[in-house]
Design a protein around this ligand. Structure first.
Ligand SMILES: *[C@@H]1O[C@H](CO)[C@@H](O)[C@H](O)[C@H]1NC(C)=O
Ligand SMILES: *[C@@H]1O[C@H](CO)[C@@H](O)[C@H](O)[C@H]1NC(C)=O
Length: 150
């Protein structure tokens, strides 16, 4: 599909998703401080301006609690289906304003984020104030294979 040409959010557009993570990368110094209790408001500071509103809207609409990145990350397909058409420019099949230059760094940001949350799930959300969607997250991953690398 044209929308997935950059594959920014949908890392595997193959039919059956796998809960994937690299343990070494997840444990890199600074990650915990960067991601503990992560909210959408805090995360959008890290994405380009053209993406902020799309990111924010997608986080409210993908079925997960807005400030639950463990859920957004395992819910990649629903999330990408919302954020990509919103952010991608017409030449990439969307109706957004991001240029390919702006989108370039986003993949690394999302991979790092979701690698961390795929690996840690709710550990970094213990004792955090926001509502979470643990049931949805667990219902998604219980049907998936887990692929751990180091
Ligand atoms: C896992 O992440 C580490 C640190 O970023 C990297 O050096 C290693 O190559 C990665 N492993 C795999 C299998 O990608
Ligand atoms: C996180 O896991 C989901 C499946 O639950 C997978 O689709 C996604 O690609 C994984 N993200 C990373 C960065 O490995």
């Amino acid at each position: 599909m044209r929308l997935h040409v950059l594959g920014l959010f949908a890392f595997s557009s193959i039919a059956s998703a796998q809960l994937t993570f690299n343990v070494t990368k997840a444990h890199e110094t600074g990650n915990w401080d960067k991601y503990v209790c992560l909210t959408n408001k805090k995360f959008i500071e890290r994405v380009p301006d053209c993406l902020k509103k799309c990111q924010s809207d997608a986080a409210k609409k993908d079925g997960c609690a807005e400030d639950d990145f463990a859920c957004h990350c395992v819910n990649t397909q629903a999330f990408s289906d919302l954020v990509e058409p919103c952010a991608f420019p017409p030449e990439l099949g969307g109706h957004g304003t991001c240029t390919t230059d702006e989108l370039g760094p986003v993949r690394g940001i999302i991979t790092d984020l979701c690698n961390f949350f795929n690996a840690s799930l709710y550990s970094a959300y213990e004792d955090c104030p926001q509502p979470l969607s643990k049931d949805l997250t667990h219902s998604i991953i219980e049907c998936e294979e887990t692929v751990i690398t180091y």
